[in-house]
Design a protein. Structure first.
Length: 304
């Protein structure tokens, strides 16, 4: 195992003495999503409550040749119903997290955000990747690469605070936030540089709390000390950032996938900003990534 993989091992180890987190697994109607939940249960990360059509979940369990009789099962008629019933469990305090199964992310988030029956808060929802990059000294949090398409300044403030809260839940010794752009100088023709500067001033005024924040920073001088030195950037964040706030979903998604497919990084995913953490996994995720995503949710729930 290379050094980077030890980041995820440490996160999983951090929760090994914590009680398993009651988690509504939303519509685990295929082998991959059901297996991911059961593997996390085997490692005492979550206590799954399966929510979905009983016959379809039973078929997935049969395909895995596994017995799920020990796990509570809440029957639903279809995927939208699964999402609604899982969110209801969270509203009633019966589960402390949601885990996406074999349904679209939009279906889960629509139920979470429903004004009458959802579990939204005053904070905007945002997604965070916890990236495990080979050769990089620390895990990296990247936000938002999955939910907010073109966030405005108010949304970016929430995205930034959510990422900071996640970093504290993950027990980062110091949270250093880089607000990314294509350049490290404020340029009126590049809106992301103006918003980065505004976010830094918001942090100065206490509107964003709990971290050192700098921006605009380009990716190279955000994470590489030599690049920051060459550019003459004097900052406690430049070259040492462990949280990266991207300008928009396109940039974040490309950054995360570039690290995954070109640098062999792993990406555990979590949604922040609701009453409970929402675990988002991909069909392509490894067992380690799925377990780490669950461990992240346990730490977030514990921090609350």
């Amino acid at each position: 195992m290379n050094d980077a993989r030890s980041h995820y091992q440490r996160l999983i180890k951090a929760v090994e003495d914590m009680p398993a987190l009651a988690t509504a697994v939303v519509h685990p109607c295929d082998e991959v999503s059901l297996a991911g939940a059961l593997q996390a249960a085997e490692h005492n990360l979550i206590a799954p409550v399966l929510v979905g059509p009983p016959q379809r979940i039973a078929a997935a369990a049969a395909a895995l040749d596994t017995d799920i009789s020990a796990f509570p099962l809440i029957a639903s008629e279809h995927s939208h119903d699964s999402a609604a019933k899982a969110v209801e469990l969270a509203r009633e305090g019966k589960v402390g997290a949601l885990m996406k199964g074999s349904l679209h992310t939009d279906e889960v988030l629509s139920a979470v955000l429903n004004r009458d029956t959802g579990i939204r808060t005053e904070r905007r929802l945002s997604h965070c990747f916890v990236m495990d990059v080979p050769g990089h000294a620390e895990p990296l949090i990247i936000s938002d690469a999955a939910i907010n398409i073109v966030p405005d300044l108010a949304a970016k403030a929430d995205i930034t605070q959510n990422a900071i809260d996640l970093a504290h839940a993950l027990r980062f010794a110091e949270v250093r936030v880089a607000v990314l752009s294509a350049m490290e100088v404020v340029n009126p023709k590049v809106p992301s540089t103006l918003e980065a500067a505004a976010l830094c001033k918001m942090a100065d005024r206490g509107q964003i709390k709990g971290a050192l924040i700098d921006g605009p920073l380009a990716l190279d001088n955000a994470i590489d000390t030599e690049a920051a030195r060459i550019k003459g950037i004097v900052s406690p964040v430049a070259g040492r950032a462990n949280v990266l706030i991207v300008p928009d979903l396109d940039a974040g998604n490309m950054l995360a996938k570039s690290l995954t497919f070109l640098a062999n990084a792993n990406a555990a995913g979590i949604v922040m900003g609701a009453r409970v953490p929402v675990i988002l996994t991909s069909r392509a995720d490894s067992v380690m990534v799925r377990q780490t995503s669950c461990a992240v949710a346990v730490l977030v729930a514990s921090a609350r």
